[in-house]
Write a protein that binds this ligand. Structure first.
Ligand SMILES: C[S@@+](CC[C@H](N)C(=O)[O-])C[C@H]1O[C@@H](n2cnc3c(N)ncnc32)[C@H](O)[C@@H]1O
Length: 364
């Protein structure tokens, strides 16, 4: 029996449901670098990396979100390529997939501190805060956030770690959150008093927390891209694609990222204009083009390992497997996990997902 078939048998036991892997908080501190609505449980990513990742592999995650799968592969010493269309996802994945030096990040923070203390905002920069966003912050905190937006606009990707830490603390219900009481994943209507929160102090605490766990000695940096899978190309072919694609027919994903996207410089109107590029907003047929792309990017006999769901009565695993068979993929397995009642995670419309599943296919 080959290694992939053995791995399928192991995955079928759903080993990530055992303690301690089943906890959302399991694993390296960097998995909590920034909240993200559709983040995969780190325990699942750990088993996908350990069962399917082999040392000489080049593995692609085309819907990398905040890099949960590539990070677990990188910890095992496996080279990864990550892609996501969402700039929040890109920033956070980049921060996790590059080795970071704490002293350098603290210097960047000091630079931000000076900038906040010595810079002014123009009226136009003030106006970037729309009425929706203003409800979340004390005006002094909002001013510091607007100045931080201005600061990061002039910075390159080497500031991604600091930016990712700040993206995380923008809203939530914990003391470190800069907002009034809200939710850490989705900016639900804020409650409570408008209290001033010192941006630099809370950001420093967050940076310190993120350096509590060292990286594995085997850690290998990955390449990270911002872009649309439909337009992506790469000079080498991949051994495997391991990914959790968007669940189809979702209407709330832009709202869920609203404040963090705003921090990235996108007004809500601009965010809405981009909605049709996100696969979440599409029906299942879009996977025909996605699989054609996968076929183009994979080596002959390469594998596709997808984490999917049964969403609003559509069994994504079965439907994608049918599309795959027509395009020359062989379905090796569809494995199910019943998640009824388990996947609330504070998001109302996730109740529509009753089963999660893994689809494993091979390019023939
Ligand atoms: C289920 S999430 C991935 C979650 C990820 N595994 C994690 O743990 O954070 C799906 C991702 O696909 C991305 N996405 C949607 N449409 C895309 C497209 N056309 N090209 C690339 N990425 C896309 C979304 O931005 C989202 O981050």
């Amino acid at each position: 029996m080959n290694k992939t078939n053995e791995s399928i048998i192991e995955l079928k036991k759903l080993p990530y449901l055992e303690k301690p892997f089943c906890s959302r908080g399991w694993g390296h501190k960097l998995h909590s670098l920034c909240s993200y609505q559709s983040k995969l449980k780190p325990g699942i990513a750990y088993f996908l990396a350990n069962l399917f990742g082999e040392n000489d592999d080049l593995i692609f995650d085309p819907f990398s979100g905040i890099g949960t799968i590539p990070f677990e592969l990188a910890q095992k010493g496996i080279k990864t390529i990550s892609l996501d269309i969402n700039p929040i996802a890109y920033t956070v994945t980049l921060a996790k997939l590059k080795k970071q030096d704490k002293e350098r990040i603290l210097k960047q923070l000091e630079e931000l501190n000076k900038f906040i203390k010595t810079s002014e905002l123009t009226q136009q920069e003030y106006n970037f805060a729309d009425d929706y966003t203003k409800r979340f912050y004390h005006e002094k905190t909002l001013r510091e956030i607007l100045l931080s937006i201005k600061f990061f606009t002039k910075k390159d990707d080497s500031y991604s770690f600091l930016k990712a830490c700040l993206l995380h603390i923008l809203h939530g219900n914990r003391p470190y959150a800069l907002s009034r009481t809200s939710h850490n994943v989705t900016p639900y209507a804020p409650r409570g008093d408008f209290v001033y929160k010192d941006l630099v102090k809370n950001l420093k605490d967050k940076v310190e927390r993120m350096f509590e766990d060292p990286l594995s000695p085997d850690f290998v940096e990955g390449e990270v891209f911002l872009g649309n899978i439909m337009e992506f190309s790469y000079p080498k072919k991949f051994d495997k694609i391991i990914t959790s694609p968007p669940f189809i027919n979702s209407t709330r994903f832009l709202y869920n990222n609203r404040i963090r996207m705003w921090f990235n410089g996108y007004s809500y109107q601009e965010q809405m204009k981009q909605a049709d590029k996100y696969l979440e907003s599409k029906g299942i047929d879009v996977f025909n083009d996605v699989l054609k792309k996968f076929s183009e990017l994979l080596k002959q006999d390469g594998y596709c390992i997808l984490h999917l769901g049964v969403v609003k009565k559509i069994d994504m695993g079965v439907e994608i497997s049918k599309l795959g068979e027509k395009l020359g993929f062989k379905t090796l397995a569809i494995l199910y996990e019943n998640v009824s009642g388990k996947e609330k995670f504070g998001i109302r419309d996730q109740g529509a997902t009753h089963k999660h599943q893994f689809l494993i296919m091979q390019k023939r």
